[in-house]
Design a protein around this ligand. Structure first.
Ligand code: MN
Ligand code: ZN
Length: 500
């Protein structure tokens, strides 16, 4: 579904149309081009600001009818704060704030991409445009009636006026693909589970073929042949057969070890025989947020032709209670040969990941594996919805993830691993059991996963708190947030393919 909002770049000298968006610092200072456009109205704007106690603080807004002499219908002033405190991520936020202030409808918008000190750099203008797109995202394909004025969508053209249109377009080209990746991830998370079951999810992932991504879909028969007993056990109670999808983007040197991203794709998680309470069970359509992120990430990397070899692998199942569903007490044999006693059928994500991690480690011998999973409620108890939980057997990888987390605003917080947690998942009948006690639930889950990474440098991101239902932000109003796409895209760009 194409965005209703179209974002483009125009020269500063171009005509102004509709709503005018301008930026000022904490001294209410505008840039020279903006000052020229506003002309004599600047004085009136300053007085209006004073009357409204608008002080130009970062991301604050002043919104009013365009004053006499300014060729616009409305004027939206966005504060950028103290110039010395401007952060890399702020422009993305300003784009989101601006889009959030626009009213539903199709009135065109012109943004003067100028900071008080100077014209915005091409990357800054591109970030502004990305922020607009991320904020304007809507998932309303199942609403047949749009109520008048209520939650109406933007349907307009936003022209970002810059000093160098060609440079801004060039900078936005790759950013635009990253936003597309986030949109894909959000759409997948928001889709209802009767529409997005494993085979349909696999079909959508296979659309990456258009970008030159190699796609392999493993069906139940293929997975049985590989011995993926842990994953298959989870899906056996569902009328919808399980799938594993392997996506490969070969943008790096031939023979270079690939980077691998693995996603949990539980298309719906009832809990199985250990069934969940009905309150909020509908949210479990988002239990495939990790897989959604991997598909969105692969889109972003392939579309912008990343110079790296990358493998994306997602395990797609539906966890249902049924006469053929797996029971607590069952013992399954994973692809690694290790046996697992099922204690709680609702601890299914780690069973899916166990086989996909092992498969990827053996088949591709990657430089690292990063898995994403809406794995435990316990991670929300520990970290709330501000940080994803990070677990890793490799300090360098962990530090890099923390750094790109701060830069993108998709933050991670490192949690411990350690053999002392292992005794919680010792089983009296099998090599391990699939749950420990309530205490340290996210840690024992990660400890479980570690048994299937075979010494590969690895990081696990528990995104149960960040992938869905997280509080809305300046750049995300959607239930499915698309968390992780921007984080991991930046990780690849910054550390694994040299300069863009
Ligand atoms: Mn579960
Ligand atoms: Zn789950």
């Amino acid at each position: 579904m194409p965005d209703a909002v179209k974002v483009g770049f125009v020269p500063f000298s171009g005509p102004l149309r509709g709503v005018l968006v301008v930026f000022c610092d904490d001294n209410l200072k505008f840039g020279p081009a903006t000052t020229r456009v506003l002309g004599a109205a600047v004085d009136m704007i300053r007085r209006t600001a004073a009357a409204n106690q608008f002080k130009g603080k970062s991301a604050s807004t002043l919104d009013f009818l365009a004053p006499e002499g300014v060729k616009a219908t409305r004027l939206l002033v966005i504060g950028t704060g103290k110039p010395s405190e401007l952060k890399k991520n702020d422009l993305l936020k300003f784009g989101g704030v601006a889009a959030g202030k626009l009213r539903p409808g199709n009135e065109p918008v012109t943004m003067l991409a100028e900071l008080p000190a100077a014209a915005m750099k091409p990357e800054q203008a591109a970030a502004l445009a990305s922020g607009v797109r991320l904020r304007a995202y809507r998932f309303d394909r199942y609403k047949t009636k749009k109520k008048d004025g209520e939650d109406g969508a933007l349907d307009c053209t936003i022209s970002i006026a810059v000093s160098d249109v060609a440079a801004a377009k060039k900078a936005f080209a790759s950013e635009d693909h990253i936003v597309d990746g986030v949109v894909i991830a959000r759409d997948l998370v928001n889709e209802p589970p009767n529409v997005l079951f494993p085979a349909e999810f696999a079909r959508r992932a296979a659309q990456l073929r258009k970008l030159g991504v190699d796609i392999d879909v493993l069906d139940v028969k293929a997975m049985r042949k590989l011995g993926m007993g842990a994953l298959l056990g989870v899906g056996q109670g569902s009328a919808q057969p399980s799938r594993t999808v392997i996506m490969r983007w070969n943008g790096g040197k031939k023979g270079d070890q690939p980077l691998a991203f693995i996603g949990k794709g539980v298309c719906f998680d009832t809990g199985g025989i250990s069934i969940k309470p009905s309150a909020s069970m509908e949210d479990m359509k988002g239990d495939m947020g990790g897989a959604a992120c991997v598909v969105g990430l692969m889109h972003a990397l392939a579309a912008r032709k990343a110079r790296a070899n990358v493998v994306g692998a997602i395990g797609l199942v539906e966890n249902m209670p049924d006469g053929s569903a797996q029971r607590p007490g069952d013992i399954v044999t994973s692809m690694s040969g290790q046996t697992i006693e099922i204690i709680n059928t609702d601890a299914e994500g780690r069973l899916v990941l166990a086989d996909v991690l092992w498969y990827v480690a053996q088949k591709f011998r990657p430089k690292f594996m990063i898995d994403l999973a809406t794995l435990t409620g316990a991670i929300m108890v520990a970290l709330g919805t501000e940080h994803a939980g990070l677990f890793s057997n490799n300090d360098e990888l962990a530090e890099r993830l923390i750094r790109v987390g701060q830069e993108t605003g998709e933050k991670v917080w490192r949690m411990p691993l350690g053999p002392e947690y292992d005794k919680q998942i010792d089983s009296q009948f099998a090599d391990m059991k699939n749950t420990g006690t309530r205490n340290g639930g996210s840690i024992t889950a990660a400890q479980f996963l570690q048994r299937f990474v075979d010494n590969t440098p690895w990081a696990h991101l528990d995104i149960a708190g960040t992938a869905m239902g997280a509080p809305k932000t300046d750049i995300n109003q959607s239930w499915g947030s698309g968390y992780g796409v921007r984080l991991l895209e930046r990780l690849v760009a910054q550390y694994y393919e040299g300069k863009r």
